[in-house]
Design a protein around this ligand. Structure first.
Ligand code: B16
Ligand code: MG
Length: 217
């Protein structure tokens, strides 16, 4: 396979922002009078903010008007942003910085493919923005994963064909989005949770680009 670029999901691949999403959603749930567990939070990974709120309300058996939902999503985001403005480069997941440096050295292009509307804020806080040749985030897409839009836009902005870009994803919907776009996909997590990925690994610690390309061949 002739891989010329890597497209990274953000939450769960580069940084564990899921814990901050969880704290903000839990606060919102508690304010509405019901609990929200870490297990419930698994359902929100990789899912857009609007859809996440719908799932939360379903879990709590609560009905809200469209206007109220907008206010609730805004409130949750304000709490979430309070956490992520404090993000430090030490929170980059193990092995990621080294892997990005290796890609730079080898002339492999780097893109982001995330559902988050806060992606730029997060990358800036982690001092990673400069690595990215293209940033496709929740402000640039209209269709949620498993639609391949976010990753296809990334390939397009890099001027590459989908099959030349390998996608790194930690969510099942993200793996499906990559495969729907005709891209090779490496899952970050466990094979059980990431069906359809071409290869699955727990994270980037000790991983080299060469070793991954060999796995895809
Ligand atoms: P925001 P990813 C996703 O990020 C998160 O996994 C998901 O939990 C969140 O709801 C979504 O971004 C939207 O985030 O509220 O910041 O716009 O995994 O696609 O990088
Ligand atoms: Mg993710």
């Amino acid at each position: 396979m002739n891989i010329k670029a890597c497209i990274f999901d953000l939450d769960g691949v580069i940084v564990d922002t899921a814990k901050y999403h969880y704290l903000a959603w839990k606060r919102l749930a508690n304010e509405m009078g019901f609990d929200f567990t870490e297990e419930d939070n698994e359902q929100l990974k990789g899912v857009s903010r609007v859809r996440s709120l719908e799932i939360l309300l379903e879990l709590g058996g609560v009905k809200k008007t469209a206007e109220e939902q907008e206010q609730l999503a805004t409130k949750k985001n304000e709490w979430y942003v309070e956490y992520i403005v404090k993000l430090k480069p030490e929170e980059i997941l193990p092995g990621v910085s080294k892997f990005l440096d290796e890609l730079n050295d080898k002339g492999i292009k780097i893109a982001l493919g995330s559902a988050s509307k806060n992606a730029k804020l997060i990358l800036d806080g982690l001092n990673l923005t400069g690595y990215f040749d293209a940033i496709i985030d929740g402000t640039k897409v209209s269709k949620a994963k498993p639609d391949p839009e976010v990753f296809l836009k990334g390939a397009d902005e890099l001027g590459l064909q989908p099959e030349e870009c390998v996608v790194f994803e930690d969510a099942q919907a993200g793996v499906e989005a990559a495969k729907n776009g005709g891209m090779p996909c490496i899952g970050i997590g466990t094979a059980e949770n990431l069906k359809g990925a071409d290869y699955v690994m727990p994270g980037f610690d000790g991983v080299t680009f060469e070793s991954l390309v060999n796995k895809l061949n």
